[in-house]
Design a protein around this ligand. Structure first.
Ligand code: 48H
Ligand code: FE2
Length: 262
C-alpha cells in the first residue's frame, strides 16, 4: 500500500481554503443554533431536514452537552415516549423498563443525535462561543449572533468578535440560557425577563418545557433547559425526552414562521 504523499504547505493551504469556504458560506444562515446539547442537536436535525440552512455553534470540542455526564456520571439517561420514536428513527437502542420509559447509553445518544443532524445537512462548529446578538429596529428583531473562539475567551484576551446573520437564532445553551440572558440585559426593549428555573418536579417539568418552547422575542427562540430557565419551570433531572421534543418543537415553530415570509 502506497500512502498518497502530501507536503506540509499543501496541508496548511487545503485546511485554510476549506475552512474559509465554510466560514464565508455560514456567515449568512436561515438558522443559527447556539449549543450542541440534546435540544440543539434535535432542532438542528429537524431544521436541516426541512431544507433550512442551519449552523450550530458549540463552545466545547464535543457534542451532546449534558448528555455526556449521564446521570451523576453514570452512563445512562432516561427517555420517555413519545421521544423514543424519534430516537428509534435515528438508530438509538432503547432499554425498556416499563411502557413508555427507557434507558439509553449516553455516548450512543450523543453520537447518533450529532450524526443525524450532520447527515440532515446541519453544520456544527466546535470551539466557538456565542457572546452577543445582532439586532435591527423598526421592527425590533434579533438578526444574528456575535461569535468568538472559546480559547480566546478562556485566555481572557480582549478580542472583538465576528458577526453571523440568521433569520432565526435559537438559544440551546441549557440551564444558563446565555444568549437570551445577554439579549435581555443589553436589549431591555425586547422585554425579556429571566426568573430562573425551579427545583425538581420531574412529572410535570417535561410537558411544561415542551409546551413553552418557542419564540421569546422576534427572531430569538428558546429550546431545552433554556426554556425552563426563562419560564420559571421546575427541572426534571437526567431524563431527556423533553429536550429532544423541545428541539423538534422549536424547529417546527421556526419552519412555520420562516415559510410564511418566503
Ligand atoms: C456556544 C454554548 C454556549 C455559548 C452553552 O446543557 P445542554 O445539554 O442543554 P440542553 O438544554 O439541550 O439540555 C439540557 C440537559 O443537558 C440538562 O441539563 C437537563 C435535562 N437537565 C435537567 C436538570 O434537572 O438538571 O447543552 C448546552 C450546550 C453545551 O454543549 C454548552 O457547551 C453549549 O450549549 N453552550 N455554546 N456558545 N454561549 N453556552
Ligand atoms: Fe441539567
Amino acid at each position: 500500500m502506497n500512502v498518497k504523499q502530501v507536503d506540509e504547505t499543501k496541508i496548511t493551504r487545503y485546511i485554510l481554503r476549506a475552512t474559509f469556504e465554510d466560514w464565508m458560506d455560514f456567515s449568512v444562515n436561515d438558522v443559527v443554533i447556539v449549543g450542541a446539547g440534546p435540544s440543539g442537536l434535535s432542532a438542528a436535525y429537524y431544521l436541516a431536514k426541512s431544507g433550512l440552512k442551519t449552523t450550530v455553534f458549540e463552545r466545547r470540542l464535543s457534542f451532546g452537552g449534558g448528555i455526556g455526564g449521564g446521570a451523576m456520571l453514570f452512563h445512562k439517561i432516561i427517555i420517555e415516549s413519545p421521544a423514543d420514536e424519534i430516537l428509534r428513527g435515528i438508530g438509538v437502542r432503547l432499554h425498556k423498563f416499563e411502557e413508555g420509559v427507557y434507558a439509553v447509553d449516553s455516548a450512543e445518544l450523543m453520537a447518533k443525535l450529532a450524526t443525524a443532524a450532520i447527515d440532515a445537512g446541519a453544520k456544527i462548529i466546535h470551539g466557538v462561543t456565542v457572546d452577543d446578538v445582532i439586532f435591527r429596529e423598526n421592527p425590533l428583531r434579533v438578526t444574528g449572533v456575535a461569535v468568538e473562539w472559546t480559547a480566546t475567551q478562556m485566555a481572557a484576551l480582549h478580542v472583538d468578535p465576528l458577526f453571523i446573520s440568521a433569520r432565526a437564532v435559537v438559544d440551546a445553551t441549557g440551564h444558563d440560557a446565555e444568549v437570551i440572558s445577554v439579549a435581555s440585559r443589553k436589549l431591555p426593549e425586547l422585554g425579556i425577563a429571566i426568573p430562573g428555573e425551579k427545583s425538581a418536579y420531574s412529572e410535570i417539568a417535561e410537558q411544561l418545557t415542551v409546551e413553552q418552547t418557542g419564540e421569546v422575542a422576534p427572531g430569538l427562540y428558546a429550546t431545552g433547559m433554556a426554556v425552563t430557565e426563562i419560564k420559571a419551570l421546575p427541572r426534571m433531572g437526567p431524563i431527556f425526552g423533553a429536550m429532544i421534543l423541545s428541539g423538534k418543537r422549536v424547529a417546527e415553530d421556526i419552519i412555520a414562521k420562516l415559510n410564511v415570509k418566503i
